[in-house]
Design a protein around this ligand. Structure first.
Ligand SMILES: *[C@@H]1O[C@H](CO)[C@@H](O)[C@H](O)[C@H]1NC(C)=O
Length: 655
């Protein structure tokens, strides 16, 4: 026990170190107060397109650059992994000062190369993502009476074979007047030192940014009239910004003039609810419907499970005599097949070590998903702090290596009849199985992205960091878990296994068909939520209903457990005692349906993306997710079946 306590302290320490290193409390999750006239700087993120899923750096296009040079903003691991590159920009506002006709810069005449890149980006529907005070720029459009909102604005548009660029931006910043009492309540006491105290105490009115809207316009400027203008000088004539007309066409050898204007508007929106504008997209009705849907599947399955337990386990054993003869005979025939396989049911499966490794990794992935979504649902990872979700996932995944090693090795010893031998190799393989697959997929995709100079490519330094995290933290932790698994006593089987395997009678339905069919039930509970998850991953929508997602995840776990349990029972009843792998894939086969769903999503919602590279990227990432889902759901099914079989045969005192 001493060892165990020490070990717990270590885990805690590691947790704390990581917590302070990455932090779930990132800049931007506390209010920043600006005095009137204070400078506000807009930041830029990568150019993105839902058409290609390949982000590019903002400055890969001929936009104006800031005076002090381009600087990277502080980022975390998760942001980099998602392809975000946040950089500074020349757009500068003064708090609560409306300004118009601000001249930004005149680019050099477009070279043939720049011109072609610009054309390509417009063709592929790339959009510019601006950030002010950690809020992404929002754009409203009207369509048939509906107001739609988007984050970011397009680089340009193509109309009748002419390419137009949006070179004049009309910003509208919503600000909320600062009230001392209010802010103190919002922030709590611990964060007071994060804001310069000089500003805190002053009585000068201050403002907080609670909204950031942009209207892009395409305006033809007079190139000669800006010859002598400095940056931020006033453009000599009034600029009329009408979002419905475009006039600035791009031509090779011609410069582009960029201008902007800004208005500040006071708003009632309070700082804590400034994200609401981004989240009010879909009503919660659909999510409730999805939960209701899963509950129905669950109740249905739970009914079957209950019947199994009542009819077989209890009646069979305790009230056997009370049944009348006829029913007894019938039931014997129908339902007691499982008793005949008593000497084979715990016979080791083929490829036992692979099963152990997959279950170990499944526990790790499932644990990571549960903890991450729980943290997100509790609000630790708000959309305001970019990348924390991915960072958090990575962190929990590594920590849970301990669980993976423990489960894999303990299961290995259970199947192997208590043998210690080979626990190191099993934990090694558990530490390398899923990360290895992930690494393979990501490296392949990365080569594609490197080839196209996208910022979505993981930089070499980050690659090294990931490898270091894998081999210096994840692998050792898994080995530690494996060590404990090897020390723990293996689970004893309640019945002995015969020397000679029993013959399996010919089956009415091939079991792969049953296994495949079983996957539809968990998929049924998932697929409504899947649409939202997909659109948040691929269309850049903000996903926020983590509370719902957590419930759905829990329901999914229950369904997987039930489905696999029922299927295992069905197999045992027809004297098919090879249940180990089938129980894994009975629930794991939901992954196949999810993959088919993503292919369907690619074809119908993303309209095949643009070109083979994008489609490969999409399919690669989907494959990666699907493997993870298969391991997690399969593990749930396997563990529940294992428990069930163990329970079934230990309650039968057969002779
Ligand atoms: C800026 O302009 C907007 C819209 O015209 C107006 O509502 C607002 O009061 C102005 N703000 C200031 C500080 O003048």
């Amino acid at each position: 026990m001493g060892v165990f306590n020490q070990f717990r302290i270590w885990v805690l320490t590691i947790c704390l170190v990581f917590q302070s290193g990455y932090g779930f409390y990132l800049p931007g999750s506390y209010p920043h107060k600006y005095g009137v006239g204070d400078e506000l700087w807009v930041k830029v993120n990568s150019l993105t397109s839902i058409d290609t899923e390949m982000p590019f750096s903002y400055y890969s296009l001929p936009f104006c650059t800031p005076d002090g040079g381009i600087k990277d903003s502080a980022e975390n691991l998760g942001e980099l992994l998602m392809g975000d590159r946040i950089e500074n920009s020349p757009y500068r506002f003064n708090m609560y000062k409306n300004e118009t006709e601000i001249f930004l810069c005149k680019t050099d005449p477009l070279s043939a190369e720049k011109f072609n890149i610009l054309k390509d980006r417009i063709d592929e529907m790339y959009q510019v993502n601006l950030i002010l005070d950690n809020l992404p720029a929002i754009r409203y459009t009207k369509k048939e009476g509906f107001v739609l909102w988007w984050t970011g604005y397009p680089v340009g548009v193509k109309l009748q074979d002419v390419y137009y660029i949006f070179n004049h931006l009309k910003f509208n910043v919503l600000v909320h007047k600062y009230e001392e009492t209010n802010v103190a309540g919002v922030m709590g006491t611990g964060d007071a030192d994060m804001i310069p105290s000089g500003k805190m105490k002053s009585n000068v009115p201050g403002y907080m940014v609670v909204g950031f809207e942009v209207i892009p316009c395409s305006v033809t400027h007079n190139v000669d009239s800006v010859k002598n203008l400095q940056k931020y000088g006033k453009y000599p004539t009034a600029v009329k910004c009408d979002p419905n007309t475009v006039s600035m066409s791009i031509k090779e050898g011609q410069p582009i003039v960029f201008t902007y204007e800004v208005t500040f508007e006071e708003s009632d929106i309070k700082w804590p609810s400034r994200w609401d504008a981004y989240l009010k997209m879909e009503g919660s009705k659909v999510h409730w419907f999805s939960i209701l849907n899963s509950l129905m599947v669950i109740t249905f399955l739970a009914g079957i499970v209950l019947v199994i337990f009542l009819r077989t386990v209890r009646r069979d054993l305790t009230r056997y005599e009370e049944l009348d003869k006829e029913a007894q005979a019938q039931m014997n025939e129908e339902l007691s097949g499982w008793k005949l396989v008593v000497g084979d049911v715990f016979r080791a499966p083929t490829n036992p070590s692979l099963l152990c490794i997959m279950v170990g990794d499944g526990v790790q992935i499932l644990g990571m998903a549960v903890v991450t979504i729980l943290f997100a649902a509790l609000g630790f990872m708000s959309p305001a702090s970019r990348g924390t979700l991915v960072t958090g996932m990575l962190f929990f995944y590594m920590i849970l290596g301990i669980a993976a090693g423990y489960v894999a090795v303990r299961l290995w010893r259970t199947i192997g009849g208590g043998d210690h031998i080979g626990w190191v190799s099993v934990s090694w393989k558990a530490a390398c199985f899923f990360p290895g697959i992930a690494f393979l997929i990501l490296t392949t995709l990365n080569f594609l992205l490197w080839g196209s100079h996208s910022t979505g490519a993981i930089p070499l330094s980050l690659f090294v960091i990931l490898l270091l995290l894998w081999f210096c933290i994840s692998v050792p932790l898994t080995l530690v878990g494996g060590y404990f698994g090897a020390k723990a006593s293996p689970i004893e089987f309640p019945v002995r296994t015969n020397q000679i395997p029993r013959e399996i009678p010919a089956q009415k339905y091939p079991s792969w068909l049953l296994v495949l069919g079983a996957g539809t039930l968990p998929f049924g509970t998932l697929f409504i939520e899947l649409f939202f998850i997909m659109s948040s991953i691929w269309l850049g929508r903000v996903y926020y209903v983590f509370g719902f997602l957590f419930i759905v995840l829990m329901l999914l776990v229950v369904v997987c457990a039930e489905v696999s349990l029922v299927l295992t029972y069905m197999h045992l009843c027809v004297e098919d005692w090879k249940w180990w792998w089938k129980s894994f894939f009975a629930s794991g086969s939901v992954a196949i349906y999810i993959f088919l769903y993503s292919v369907n999503y690619l074809v119908f919602d993303l309209k095949s993306l643009s070109g083979p590279v994008s489609a490969t990227l999409y399919l690669g990432y989907s494959l990666f997710m699907v493997v993870a889902i298969m391991l997690a759901t399969g593990t749930v099914g396997f563990l529940s079946s294992f428990w069930f079989v163990h329970y079934l045969f230990s309650s039968v005192k057969l002779d």
